[in-house]
Write a protein that binds this ligand. Structure first.
Ligand SMILES: [Fe+2]
Ligand SMILES: [Fe+2]
Length: 315
């Protein structure tokens, strides 16, 4: 990043006060999770590991595997994690069990402090499908007492109000409205009739309110909109965007496990923080032994225009 220091070769080895905090992000799993991935977390010991959801399709075993990790973690479940519940417009037994297993590690409308990074992580609305509506207001009402986009935005902003730091990271399944309407844009629609902004309106409204409260959203971490486009087929999505002081990261490299000439590797994002500022974001590929096969800093696309104003009054 242009304002950051040189690439940190091994930040863990830095002495005392200059030590950087490590927030590691894992995109949509869709069941791609290996013992080697857990071994990598054991070795690299992030200050917080964040999962953006779509672990599986209401897959309680995947939820158990994530919940069993002995590390500090925060999860925001995706639309696939509540797939059957949306069909029935009420929480299935499997969704209830998933939420019980995760407990406070499911960060929906809640906050988690990360003092080592100087930030608070705020959880947005879980289970997002993206697009203009909630799909099942009944389901959100049943679990969170929320049944409009506006109420959801208020719930996210309330969580931020409880944050102990002024610098925030927002953890979401899908990103906010306002980052582009082309199918290759970070949260642009690439399916059905491609084109259009598929971002979450409640999240965009929440960010507007949070910034209005004098807090700084330093990063929004999400997934859902997979890196390979359905249309135009084979093209890839912009996944890293900066607008003003805010970084937007789309972690959904799907499937996250790929075969290369050096063997099978799995995708992670690793972010390095000091005193509320993100100093580096890197993509990391982890081999079958849980070691880093390759890592490199990501390049951000700069958005020149400020965030579009979101209508405060629409439901
Ligand atoms: Fe997904
Ligand atoms: Fe999703």
């Amino acid at each position: 990043m242009s304002h950051g220091p040189a690439y940190p070769v091994d930040p863990l080895q830095r002495p005392g006060p200059s030590k950087l905090a490590n927030l590691t992000i894992i995109g949509d799993l869709h069941r791609w999770w290996r013992a080697a991935d857990a071994a990598f977390l054991d070795r690299s010991r992030p200050d917080l590991t964040m999962f953006v959801g779509d672990l599986g399709d209401e897959d309680v075993e995947m939820v158990r595997a994530v919940a069993a990790l002995p590390h500090q973690k925060a999860v925001l479940l995706g639309n696939h994690d509540a797939w059957q519940s949306f069909g029935r417009r009420t929480a299935t037994e499997k969704l209830r069990e998933s939420l019980e297993i995760l407990g406070e590690d499911h960060l929906a409308y809640a906050v988690r402090e990360v003092p080592a990074a100087g930030i608070s992580v705020v959880g947005a609305r879980p289970f997002s499908w993206g697009g203009p509506n909630l799909r099942s207001p009944e389901l959100y009402d049943e679990i969170y007492g929320v049944h409009t986009m506006r109420q959801s935005a208020a719930a996210i902003a309330d969580a931020a109000r409880n944050a102990q730091h002024r610098d925030l990271v927002i953890l979401a399944h899908n990103g906010p409205l306002g980052l582009g309407d082309q199918s290759h844009d970070i949260f642009g629609k690439d399916f059905g009739k491609p084109g259009g902004d598929w971002g979450d309106r409640d999240l965009a409204l929440a960010i507007q309110r949070i910034e209005g409260m004098g807090l700084r959203v330093r990063a929004v971490v999400a997934g859902h909109m997979h890196h390979k486009l359905a249309h135009p087929r084979g093209e890839t999505r912009t996944r890293f965007v900066r607008r003003g002081e805010t970084l937007f990261l789309n972690a959904a490299y799907v499937p996250r496990v790929v075969r290369t000439e050096v063997g099978e590797v799995a995708h992670f994002l690793r972010t390095w923080w000091r005193d509320g500022t993100c100093e580096q974001v890197e993509e990391v590929w982890v081999d079958l032994h849980g070691d880093v096969a390759e890592s490199y800093p990501v390049e951000f696309t700069e958005l020149g225009a400020p965030a579009p104003i979101v209508d405060e009054t629409a439901d």
